[in-house]
Write a protein that binds this ligand. Structure first.
Ligand code: PRP
Length: 223
């Protein structure tokens, strides 16, 4: 099959892939062996289905590839979906993986005089500027966001900001960097996402795979 006609599934790199891959396999999709080769520079992989390829991209980019129709299906956290708010994305299924929180954190030794109730403005380092601005705007605070793509736990101690908004799972990264979680913006988990226009052009194929993932998640929940 010509590669432009294949169904493309976008999977996120990093920690979440360890949880996502067993679901993909249980749904009946097996990537070629190179997918698990840590040295490979390949980014697109064949699968046991001649009509399906898998791409492996950064978690934020999964949403972008699927929203633009470059991939048809993907797995993305609702943190990413909240940040982009792409209307072309349909997120029919909570996969129950990648559970964590999107939270505000501050230094353990923050000055007692720094009272959030008195703020009109706050500077925050985050990968989520849109979610952060919306959250603080609800209480009349203007959030000036410094966009970082990782290691934001470093930013307060180096004077880049007074608070951060980031994902928190065990809390170990915050603790190791002298920070504490002070407010939860959202509970996070990963969803199956689908390109809406593709649902019209390839309906049978896509609804078939959505149902396959639904069965896998249902079986996991029943166990
Ligand atoms: C995430 C997040 C925190 C950390 C939180 O980063 O950005 O840094 O995990 O996890 P914890 O509460 O269990 O310590 P990740 O390790 O996924 O890498 P990233 O910075 O590349 O996103």
């Amino acid at each position: 099959m010509p590669s432009q006609d294949k169904l493309v599934i976008a999977l996120p790199k990093g920690r979440i892939l360890d949880e996502a891959l067993p679901l993909v396999r249980a749904a009946g999709i097996e990537p070629e062996p190179a997918f698990e080769d840590p040295h490979t520079r390949l980014l697109r992989f064949a699968t046991n289905h001649p009509s399906i390829d898998i791409i492996r991209v950064r978690s934020f980019d999964v949403a972008t590839f699927v929203a633009f129709g470059a991939a048809h299906l993907g797995i993305a956290g609702n943190d990413v979906l909240m940040e982009f708010d792409y209307s072309e994305l349909y997120a029919p299924l909570d996969l129950g993986i990648g559970r964590c929180r999107l939270s505000v954190a501050e230094p353990d030794d923050i000055a007692a005089t720094d009272d959030p109730g008195q703020w009109s403005h706050v500077r925050i380092a985050t990968k989520y500027p849109e979610v952060t601005k919306r959250h603080f705007a609800q209480r009349g605070v203007q959030a000036e966001c410094v966009k970082l793509n990782g290691a934001m736990e470093l930013a307060p101690s180096l004077g880049l900001c007074s608070r951060i908004v980031d994902l928190v799972s065990s809390g170990a990264t915050l603790r190791a960097n002298g920070l504490k979680e002070v407010e939860v913006l959202a509970q996070i988990s990963s969803r199956l996402i689908v390109n809406r226009p593709a649902l019209k052009t390839r309906p049978g194929e896509l609804t078939g795979w959505i149902e396959a993932f639904r069965r896998v998640v249902g079986e996991g929940a029943a166990r």
